[in-house]
Ligand binder design. Structure first.
Ligand SMILES: Nc1ncnc2c1ncn2[C@@H]1O[C@H](COP(=O)(O)OS(=O)(=O)O)[C@@H](OP(=O)(O)O)[C@H]1O
Ligand SMILES: Nc1ncnc2c1ncn2[C@@H]1O[C@H](COP(=O)(O)OP(=O)(O)O)[C@@H](O)[C@H]1O
Length: 197
């Protein structure tokens, strides 16, 4: 970029981690609408927060309603949505925060981009692998019914693709585990990574 000269700041990520006594990373939940991304992210965050870990959830409420207001659900806009979220996540990781993100993120190429943006060593991908039939039966927001009636176009799993992760760091089947069991599995997988600053 022409005429952009990054400033070398005095305080860097490592200083923040040393001071706070724990590491930072991105826990990236991906899965269909209604698969359980937000519920799991929220429950895991509560567990980490109680232990004094600095956490923040990125989800539709704070991203699609603000920074990414105006992006649609076309393939192109979903890709831009995830690209920007990856950049935001990178800033939070630099700030020393454990980020929990809850976006469908249907494309393997954009999940890979986020992995590269935040650094593979800081990225932990959780595939919330709940079958479409279960998500549709839950229909938390009534959107599947609308999509089936044709009132919502490009709905993931109905008439828009979801590319299932081939090698996620963790796969959670919410139709087989209770929320408490799922959080326990998640916690066991990430706690040592967070605690070694
Ligand atoms: N067409 C279509 N397809 C899928 N989802 C839709 C659509 N329109 C609106 N919604 C609601 O938007 C939420 C998904 O937004 P995301 O930003 O996570 O999607 S994406 O990653 O850009 O694909 C998703 O929220 P979750 O149910 O929490 O996943 C839906 O509530
Ligand atoms: N084991 C589980 N883990 C997470 N959610 C579950 C589980 N079992 C049932 N659910 C329910 O499934 C729904 C998932 O909704 P939500 O978390 O909003 O999904 P998403 O963020 O992926 O759209 C919630 O109503 C939640 O109570």
């Amino acid at each position: 970029m022409e005429h952009i000269h990054p400033h070398q700041h005095k305080i860097v990520r490592q200083d923040r981690l040393r001071k706070q006594g724990h590491g930072s990373m991105v826990i990236w939940f991906t899965g269909l609408s209604g698969s359980g991304k937000s519920t799991l992210a929220s429950a895991l965050e509560a567990r980490l927060f109680e232990e004094g870990i600095r956490t923040y959830i990125l989800d539709g409420d704070n991203i699609r309603a603000g920074l990414n207001k105006g992006l649609s659900f076309s393939d192109e806009d979903r890709k831009e949505n995830i690209r920007r979220i990856g950049e935001v996540a990178k800033l939070f990781v630099d700030a020393g925060v454990v980020v929990l993100s809850a976006f469908i993120s249907p494309f393997a190429s954009e999940r890979q981009l986020v992995r590269e943006t935040v650094g593979a060593e800081n990225y932990f991908e959780v595939f919330v692998d709940t079958p479409l039939e279960v998500c549709e039966q839950r229909d938390v927001k009534g959107l599947y019914e609308k999509a089936r009636r044709g009132e919502i176009k490009n709905f993931t799993g109905i008439d828009s693709p979801f590319e299932a992760p081939q090698a996620p760091d963790l796969r959670i089947e919410t139709h087989k585990l209770s929320l408490e069991e799922a959080v326990e599995v998640l916690y066991k997988n990430i706690s040592t990574r967070i605690k070694k600053a």
